[in-house]
Design a protein around this ligand. Structure first.
Ligand code: BGC
Ligand code: BGC
Length: 684
């Protein structure tokens, strides 16, 4: 990579360490970039040279390029524009696919074949086959072009009942383990492949700067170094490694880096809001994940619902065409987000000026190749064809879009692989939630836990005790899995929708009973038989996107139950371990002060047993798993510290970025501020 910037720090850095990460490190040196600077409201000149010059990790293949050009020459305008449309599976029949020549379908959160929530791998594959056959037999003849089906597999194959559900990204960020993250992505790719789908809308590479954002948990960290370090590895896990024979092979899927760019930096953390960063901050803070993703060969990029300096990303020619496709060398396909061109103006989320659900020349002209128009694709198709005929969208733009879509389809082997049901892993129900996959997710749970407080060395607990397990989250798997699980918001489902999963309670029960101890489950914390210790599991309920946005970070005024249980236990002198389930840092000072020990478990997913693995000693007294998680988000001291990030000039967190206790070190938990800054020990 070549860095050609006039900035002194960049030049210095490019000489010493010529990597994209280096740019971030140099510019994030203390004092170099304040929150105020990053919120500057002026509109400076565009500075394309600020961005690194990159090229895709998957080299251009002349044979593929030749096939792409031949195919393009055989397609009518209607067929070309058809390739640029993506409808939702509930709004697209296989006969629509052959009639309109659609290039792609998606399944939204909670959309299953035949609306059957517990659809099996075979059900998914059967529908995938139908779409495939339709796409290979277009009405009116011409070349068959295999359809590409995309799905949100953001923490495992989360739309599929029984799949392995990993901790959400915020937990993986705390684990500081790129190898594990790559392995998790491999597992996800395999489970997706078992359902006959070749494309996932993951990973989210947002760098969340304001913790009120309802998508904070989809972000690995407030700090771009972690996002940079993880992004490329996840792409390798999902797609395979460029140069390896199994790249995009049967056990791999196409990945999507999303949401380009700056989704985590909107004003007040508002979902689909406006990011007022300078261009430098946009690149340094929010761009980093894309750099390593492109270098690892990511094949698709999804555009953010948000705006940059007042301009919707979905209509942003400069960022999509000049920066992403030009300077960053991205040669895969750019997909829009769910009606992102139109927005939801009635709900205060504007679209691209002049666009409606059914038409948006500006989005295509800005450089979007594939339009996610879940239910209005037919009108969009018609209007886009007309816009090309009327000269409002140049033919070269359409050809560029189709070239990219076909290139990705050819690289993914769709033309050679035949019907989805003939792929080696298709229909392998045994891979969905396979024990070995769950073991990796359980490891991820263990490594994501962050220990905040451990008064008098209460943890690790001896298992052969009388343990009370309390709190609303103890046996409520949706509180572990959060949004984007089984459905969009991850709510309205029960433990029965998680066959094979383990709640935190059941993990504790197994561990304690195996050692001869006793577990009493009491959701409200009341007991008749005095316990030796209580574990109180509480936190946020599931949410996704804008529904999860907050005004401030005050937790207990919204959810008082955890604090009440902890206070009652404290009054009775029962030592308590708080296990906090959350999608973001929240103000929990009272809970922290009341509990004897405090563990942040984030949104750990389907393998709740990973919590007991770390809380308890072995029956012989030894410690098998110590805590290793470190905060990837700074923790607030007050409910209004939502904009609190590592390297802020007046950084004053309750717990700094990098904080996390371990059994071995045993610092004084009563004075968290006095604990040495963990950042130093957490460099990758
Ligand atoms: C989200 C995307 C997601 C898409 C499809 C959108 O609302 O922002 O992250 O991929 O829906 O479900
Ligand atoms: C879908 C999501 C989508 C969202 C967009 C929901 O109905 O299930 O996948 O991201 O709408 O607003």
């Amino acid at each position: 990579m070549r860095v050609t910037s006039g900035l002194h720090l960049l030049l210095l850095c490019s000489v010493v360490h010529p990597s994209a990460l280096c740019i971030a490190l140099a510019l994030l040196a203390p004092g170099s970039l304040s929150a105020q600077e990053s919120l500057q409201t002026s509109h400076p000149e565009r500075q394309l040279e600020l961005w690194p010059e990159l090229s895709s990790g998957i080299a251009s293949d002349p044979a593929i390029e030749e096939r792409v050009e031949t195919l393009i020459s055989e397609l009518s305008l209607e067929r070309k524009v058809g390739q640029m449309m993506q409808g939702e599976i509930q709004g697209v029949t296989p006969s629509d696919v052959s009639r309109y020549g659609l290039g792609s379908v998606l399944s939204a959160g909670g959309s299953y074949p035949g609306l059957k929530k517990d659809a099996t791998a075979a059900d998914w594959v059967a529908l995938s086959d139908q779409y495939y056959e339709a796409s290979m037999n277009p009405n009116g003849g011409g070349p068959g072009i295999p359809i590409l089906w995309g799905i949100d597999a953001v923490h495992g194959h989360n739309n599929v009942v029984g799949a392995t559900i990993f901790p959400h990204n915020i937990g993986l960020g705390a684990a500081r383990n790129p190898d594990l993250v790559e392995l998790a992505a491999k597992v996800t790719a395999r489970e997706v492949a078992a359902t006959g789908i070749k494309w996932v809308f993951a990973p989210t590479l947002a760098v969340t700067r304001d913790d009120r954002w309802g998508r904070a948990y989809e972000s690995f960290s407030e700090d771009p170094t972690i996002v940079y370090n993880y992004a490329g590895r996840i792409i390798s896990g999902l797609q395979g490694v460029p140069g390896d024979p199994d790249l995009l092979g049967p056990a791999h899927v196409l990945a999507t880096a999303k949401h380009f760019v700056g989704d985590g930096g909107t004003l007040e953390g508002r979902d689909q809001g406006d990011n007022w960063s300078t261009e430098q901050a946009l690149m340094v803070l929010h761009g980093q994940g894309y750099f390593s993703a492109i270098e690892a060969g990511v094949q698709s990029v999804m555009i953010s619902f948000s705006s940059w300096q007042g301009e919707k990303l979905h209509g942003h020619h400069y960022l999509i065409t000049e920066v992403l496709k030009g300077r960053l060398g991205f040669d895969g396909l750019v997909v829009s987000d769910w009606n992102g061109h139109a927005g939801s103006p009635e709900a205060g989320r504007p679209g691209v000026p002049g666009c409606s659900l059914a038409s948006c020349d500006a989005a295509v002209n800005a450089g979007i190749d594939l339009l996610m128009v879940p239910y209005d694709w037919k009108a969009m198709l018609r209007n886009t064809i007309r816009a090309v005929e009327a000269g409002r969208i140049p033919m070269e733009r359409v050809d560029d879009a189709v070239r990219r879509i076909l290139r990705v389809k050819l690289r993914a082997g769709l033309f050679e692989d035949g019907p989805p049901s003939s792929h080696p892993l298709a229909g392998r129900q045994d891979l969905i939630g396979w024990a070995q996959h769950r073991a990796i997710a359980r490891q991820a749970v263990r490594e994501s836990l962050v220990l905040r407080k451990n008064e008098s060395g209460l943890l690790p607990l001896a298992p052969a005790q009388n343990v009370l397990v309390a709190g609303p989250g103890a046996d409520e798997i949706i509180m572990q899995t959060g949004g984007w699980t089984v459905n969009w918001q991850g709510d309205g489902i029960t433990n029965a929708d998680f066959p094979g999963a383990t709640s935190i309670l059941s993990g504790i029960r197994t561990t304690v009973e195996a050692a001869g101890g006793r577990v009493t489950h009491s959701p409200d914390g009341r007991f008749s038989d005095r316990p030796d210790v209580a574990i109180v599991v509480f936190g946020e309920g599931p949410y996704a996107e804008f529904e999860g946005d907050l005004e401030n970070l005050d937790f207990s005024s919204r959810h008082p139950e955890g604090l009440e249980i902890l206070q009652a236990l404290s009054q009775k002198d029962v030592p308590s371990v708080a296990v906090f389930l959350t999608g973001r840092p929240l103000w929990v000072n009272r809970e922290l002060n009341t509990a004897s020990a405090f563990v942040v478990a984030w949104l750990p997913g389907s393998e709740g047993g990973g919590v007991a693995d770390v809380l308890f000693r072995l029956p012989d007294g030894g410690v098998e798993h110590d805590f290793s998680g470190r905060l990837a988000f700074s923790w607030p001291k007050t409910p209004d510290q939502a904009l609190l990030n590592r390297h802020d000039p007046e950084y004053d967190p309750l717990f700094p970025w990098g904080y996390g206790l371990q059994y071995e070190t045993k610092p004084d938990p009563a004075q968290p501020e006095g604990v040495p800054d963990g950042m130093k020990s957490n460099a990758f």
